[in-house]
Design a protein around this ligand. Structure first.
Ligand code: AMP
Length: 417
C-alpha cells in the first residue's frame, strides 16, 4: 500500500461535510459584502514568494516546496494566498480604471514544509480576502468585521480579535532600534531561531512560540510607545469603528504576524478557551509596489479552514452533522428498479434528496438502509401497483402510508417535506 505523504490528509467523513458547508457559507457571505472570487495558480515563480512574503521569514527560509520543472523554471507551491492574488492584480491590470476598492476572496490549498502536528499540516486550506486601492480605516474595519461575522455565521462564537498596529515605516524603524537595544544583552537567553532573527527580522522575536514564556520577552518595549502621531490617529479611528460594529477585540502587542509585508493594522482571530489562531491578517500598503505594481494600499486576511473545521467539531461534540435523505425508493425486481431510477431522477431534478436501492438489498435491508439515511419518506414500489400506475408512500416517522398516482409523486413529496 502506498501511504499519503507526511503532513497531508484525506478530507473524508465529517471533515469533508464541514469543508463543503464552510465553502457554501463563504460563497453566500462574500456576495453580501460584494467580494469577487479569484483563483490563482497553486504554483508560481519562486521569486514571487521570496520578494513578496520576504527572504527572511520562516515561510520562505524553511518551509517552501520549491522545485525546478522540466523547462528549468524555479517554481514554488504557494505557501499563502496573498502574493499570488497581488501578482494577478498587477499582471491583469485589474486595478484599471477603478476609483473604489477592488475586493477579492479566494479559497484553496497552501503548502508549507512544516513539522506536522495537531493543526499544522504540509498541505492545508485557507480562505482569504484581499482588498486593493483602499486606504481608509473603514476598509480595515470592514475586512476585520467580515472575518469576525463570517466565523459567527459558521457557528463559532467564542473567539476574540487580537489587534495590534505596526505603524508606519518610521514607527517600525524606531521601534526595531529600541527592541534591538533592549534584547542585545539577553541574546544568549533566546532560542537559536530568535538569535538569527535578531539580525534578520527582529520584530518576529516578539511572537516566537518557542520563547513565549521567556521572561526576557515579557518586558520588551511596547510598540504603542513608538507610534507616530499619524499611526496613532489611524489606529484610534479603527478602534472606534470596530466598537461601532460591535466587534469583540482586545489589543495584543505580541501580534506581529509572520510575513514581511504587513504595516499598520495586524490582527488574529483567536479562540477564547484554547487560544488557537483561526486566522489573521493585516494591512500591506507596500506589497503591490514591491512586486512592480502601482502604489496601491491593500488589506486582507486568511483563515485556516482546517482549524475552523476542528473548532466546529469541538462545538458540535457528538451532535450529528448529516444530510438527511428526503426519500428512499424501495425496489426488488428489475421492473421496479428501472422505475425507481426514473422516479429518483424526477425527484432529484426537483431538489429532493433521494436515494435508491442500487445494491440488490433485500426488502428488510432496504428498510434498515432507509433508517440509517434518516429518510423522511419511503417510496415503496411493487410490480402490481406499478402496472396500475400507483405507488406507495410511507412516512418513515409516523409510519402512515398512502397510495397515490405515480404521476403525482413529485408534487406529493414537495408538498409534504
Ligand atoms: P498565516 O498565513 O501563517 O498567517 O496563517 C493563517 C492561518 O492559516 C492560521 O491562523 C492557521 O489557521 C492557518 N495555517 C497556517 N499554517 C498552517 C498549517 N501548516 N496547517 C494548517 N493550518 C495552517
Amino acid at each position: 500500500m502506498i501511504a499519503k505523504p507526511k503532513g497531508t490528509y484525506d478530507l473524508i467523513g465529517l471533515d469533508a461535510k464541514l469543508y463543503n458547508y464552510i465553502y457554501n457559507v463563504v460563497q453566500g457571505y462574500m456576495d453580501n459584502y460584494n467580494y469577487e472570487f479569484i483563483r490563482t495558480p497553486i504554483f508560481e515563480a519562486s521569486e514571487l514568494f521570496h520578494r513578496g512574503v520576504g527572504e527572511t521569514t520562516d515561510i520562505v527560509t524553511k518551509e517552501t516546496y520549491d522545485f525546478i520543472d522540466r523547462g528549468e523554471r524555479n517554481l514554488t507551491l504557494r505557501p499563502e494566498g496573498t502574493a499570488g492574488v497581488v501578482r494577478s492584480v498587477i499582471e491583469n491590470k485589474l486595478y484599471g480604471n477603478q476609483n473604489g476598492p477592488l475586493k477579492y476572496y479566494y479559497f484553496g490549498t497552501m503548502y508549507r514544509y512544516e513539522r506536522p502536528q495537531a493543526g499544522r499540516y504540509r498541505e492545508f486550506s485557507q480562505m482569504g480576502v484581499e482588498v486593493f486601492n483602499a486606504n481608509d480605516p473603514m476598509i480595515d474595519a470592514e475586512v476585520i468585521s467580515l472575518g469576525y461575522n463570517l466565523l459567527k455565521e459558521l457557528g463559532i462564537e467564542k473567539f476574540t480579535v487580537h489587534l495590534n498596529t505596526l505603524g508606519d515605516l518610521t514607527t517600525r524603524q524606531n521601534y526595531t532600534a529600541a527592541l534591538k537595544k533592549y534584547l542585545k544583552p539577553h541574546l544568549a537567553e533566546l532560542c537559536p531561531d530568535c538569535q538569527k532573527r535578531y539580525e534578520t527580522n527582529p520584530l518576529r522575536i516578539i511572537d516566537c512560540k518557542a520563547d513565549k514564556d521567556n521572561d526576557v520577552l515579557k518586558n520588551v518595549p511596547k510598540i504603542s510607545d513608538y507610534l507616530t502621531d499619524e499611526s496613532k490617529a489611524l489606529f484610534t479611528k479603527l478602534k472606534e469603528l470596530l466598537t461601532i460594529l460591535d466587534i469583540d477585540y482586545e489589543i495584543d502587542e505580541r501580534i506581529v504576524r509572520g510575513l514581511d509585508y504587513y504595516d499598520y493594522n495586524v490582527w488574529e482571530y483567536v479562540t477564547d478557551d484554547a487560544n488557537i489562531s483561526l486566522g489573521g491578517g493585516g494591512r500591506y500598503n507596500n506589497l503591490v509596489k514591491t512586486l512592480d505594481g502601482p502604489d496601491m494600499p491593500a488589506v486582507g486576511f486568511a483563515f485556516g479552514i482546517d482549524r475552523v473545521i476542528t473548532e466546529l467539531k469541538n462545538i458540535l461534540g457528538s451532535q450529528e452533522f448529516t444530510n438527511n435523505v428526503d426519500v428512499y425508493i424501495m425496489s426488488v425486481n428489475d421492473e421496479e428498479k428501472m422505475q425507481a431510477l426514473r422516479i429518483a431522477q424526477d425527484l432529484r431534478l426537483n431538489n429532493v434528496m433521494t436515494e435508491i436501492n442500487s445494491n440488490n438489498l433485500s426488502l428488510k435491508s432496504q428498510f434498515k438502509m432507509a433508517d440509517s439515511l434518516k429518510a423522511k419518506f419511503l417510496v415503496i414500489l411493487n410490480s402490481d401497483d406499478l402496472q396500475k400506475g400507483l405507488v406507495n408512500i410511507k412516512d418513515n416517522v409516523t409510519k402512515e402510508e398512502v397510495k397515490i398516482d405515480e404521476g403525482e409523486i413529485v408534487d406529493w413529496i414537495l408538498g409534504n417535506i
